[in-house]
Design a protein around this ligand. Structure first.
Ligand SMILES: [Zn+2]
Length: 139
């Protein structure tokens, strides 16, 4: 191969790599911070039933290992809201992050802070729907 052709190929590879690198930087720039203490979050609801949890319903436990039918908590993306975080949700009360789900992790990718509140009744969860609320982060 001629020297000039090689140079062109190297240049193209370099440009390609820089484009990939810039894209990675842009996606990671969407990182959600937990400051200030009050944060507008997308709040949805679920119950431990099969309709809400599919295959995980038979397990009956949250991803943290808590009994989903006996405890109240919220599912979140643990990279944004780690397990054990306590949140004061308007109209619901104080709930601890003890579960996770694909929907929350997908929302993170879009820059949305999303939590899924656990009810013990499917209709109650449906009734709650989707709400944007100012959630207080307590710890
Ligand atoms: Zn349900």
């Amino acid at each position: 191969m001629e020297r000039e052709t090689k140079m062109v190929i190297y240049a193209c590879i370099l440009i390609g790599l820089s484009i990939i690198f810039i894209n990675i930087k842009q996606t990671s720039a969407k990182k959600i911070t937990l400051e200030p203490k009050f944060k507008r979050m997308l709040v949805t609801a679920y119950c431990p039933c099969e309709k809400c949890c599919g295959q995980y319903a038979a397990y009956g436990k949250t991803s943290k290992g808590r009994d989903a039918w006996k405890t109240f908590g919220v599912a979140a993306d643990p990279k944004v809201l780690p397990y054990g975080k306590k949140l004061r949700i308007p109209g619901i009360g104080i709930r601890e992050v003890d579960d996770t789900g694909g929907a929350m992790r997908q929302s993170t990718k879009k820059g949305i802070c999303h939590i899924d509140t656990r009810f013990h009744n499917h209709n109650q969860a449906l009734k709650f729907g989707r709400q944007w609320l100012n959630v207080e982060i307590l710890n």
